[in-house]
Ligand binder design. Structure first.
Ligand code: HH2
Length: 287
C-alpha cells in the first residue's frame, strides 16, 4: 500500500495534484529522428493533432520536444528547435486549455521561447545545468523537471559506469534540487527524474526502477520515463519501439504501485487504463 501525503506540483498558475493518482505526461516529439516516432509529427498540424489525441486519451501534461536525445542523436540549432516547438505550444495553449504543457529542452533560449508561447513546465534532461534555465523558471514560476544523465546524448551509452547507481543518481538529484532552491526556485515547482536510459545499462535501469520508491525521499514529485525504451525491448524481445506497449505497461504499473507521481509515456490511452487499475489498488484515500 502506498501511503500518500497531501501535496501539489505548482507550474505557473496550474496546480497538479499529487498522490491521488499517477499523472500521465504524453510525449509529443516534433523531431525527424526520435527513437520511436521520429518524423511522424514534424509538421505543426500533425503534432497538434497527435497532442490533442493524447489529451483526449487522458494526458495531464503534454511534453513537446524539438530535439531528439536518443543515443547517437545529432544536436539541432536553437533556431530550428524553437521553430519546431513554439508553433505547437501556441496552438495547444488555446486548443487544450485544461492540459499542462511542458517543453522538453536543454536550452534556456528554447525554454524562454516556449514559456512565452504558454508552456507551464521546463523538462530538462541536463537537470538545468545551464543557469539560464533556472533563471527562466524562476522568473516565470514554471515547473521544472530535473533529470539525471551520465555523459551527453551522443556518447552516453558507450560505457556507463557507476559504483552504486541508485545512491549516485539520487544524490545527484538531491544536489540539483538544492541548487535550484538556492537560486530562488520554489521547491514546490520541482520534479525529479532518474533518467531511465540516459547513460545507463539495462542493469542500471532495473536497479533504479527497483528502488524508485526511495526517490520519494527527495521531497519533490518523481517522474519516470521508461516508455518504449531499449531495455523494455530487450527484456520483452520486441525490436520495434512502437510495439513495446505491453512491456511499457509492465514498467508503468510498477511505477504507479511504487508511488511515482508522473509517468512520461507515448501510449497514453493504454497507460491511462493501466494506472487507473493500479492506482485503485495501491493508493489510499479511495472509497
Ligand atoms: N526520455 C526521453 C526524452 N525526454 N525527459 C524526461 N524527463 N525523462 C525521460 O525519461 C525522457 C525525457 C527520450 O524519449 P523520446 O522523447 O521518445 O525520444 P527522443 O529523445 O529520441 O526524442
Amino acid at each position: 500500500m502506498v501511503v500518500m501525503t497531501e501535496a501539489v506540483w505548482r507550474c505557473r498558475d496550474r496546480v497538479l495534484p499529487l498522490g491521488e493518482r499517477t499523472l500521465l505526461m504524453g510525449v509529443v516529439n516534433v523531431t525527424p529522428d526520435s527513437f520511436s516516432d521520429g518524423g511522424r509529427f514534424l509538421d505543426t498540424d500533425d503534432a497538434v493533432k497527435h497532442a490533442m489525441q493524447l489529451a483526449a486519451d487522458g494526458a495531464d501534461i503534454l511534453d513537446v520536444g524539438g530535439e531528439s536525445t536518443r543515443p547517437g542523436a545529432e544536436p539541432v540549432s536553437l533556431d530550428e528547435e524553437a521553430a519546431r516547438v513554439v508553433p505547437v505550444i501556441e496552438r495547444l495553449r488555446t486548443e487544450a486549455p485544461d492540459v499542462a504543457i511542458s517543453v522538453d529542452t536543454r536550452h534556456p533560449e528554447v525554454a524562454l521561447a516556449a514559456l512565452a508561447a504558454g508552456a507551464d513546465i521546463v523538462n530538462d534532461v541536463t537537470a538545468a545545468s545551464d543557469p539560464g534555465t533556472i533563471e527562466a523558471v524562476r522568473t516565470s514560476d514554471a515547473g521544472l523537471v530535473l533529470m539525471h544523465m551520465q555523459g551527453e546524448p551522443r556518447t552516453m551509452q558507450a560505457d556507463p559506469t557507476y559504483g552504486d547507481v541508485v545512491v549516485e543518481v539520487r544524490g545527484f538529484l538531491a544536489e540539483r534540487i538544492e541548487a535550484a532552491v538556492a537560486a530562488g526556485v520554489a521547491r514546490d515547482r520541482l520534479c525529479a527524474d532518474p533518467g531511465i536510459g540516459f547513460g545507463k545499462t539495462t542493469a542500471h535501469n532495473l536497479a533504479l526502477l527497483r528502488d524508485i520508491a526511495s526517490f520519494r525521499w527527495l521531497g519533490v514529485p518523481v517522474l519516470v520515463g521508461a516508455s518504449r525504451k531499449r531495455f523494455i525491448g530487450e527484456l520483452s524481445g520486441v525490436d520495434d519501439p512502437a510495439e513495446r506497449v505491453e512491456g511499457t505497461a509492465g514498467a508503468v504499473a510498477w511505477c504507479a504501485a511504487q508511488g511515482v507521481d508522473v509517468v512520461r509515456v507515448h501510449d497514453v490511452k493504454e497507460m491511462a487504463r493501466v494506472v487507473k487499475v493500479v492506482d485503485a489498488i495501491a493508493r489510499t484515500g479511495r472509497a
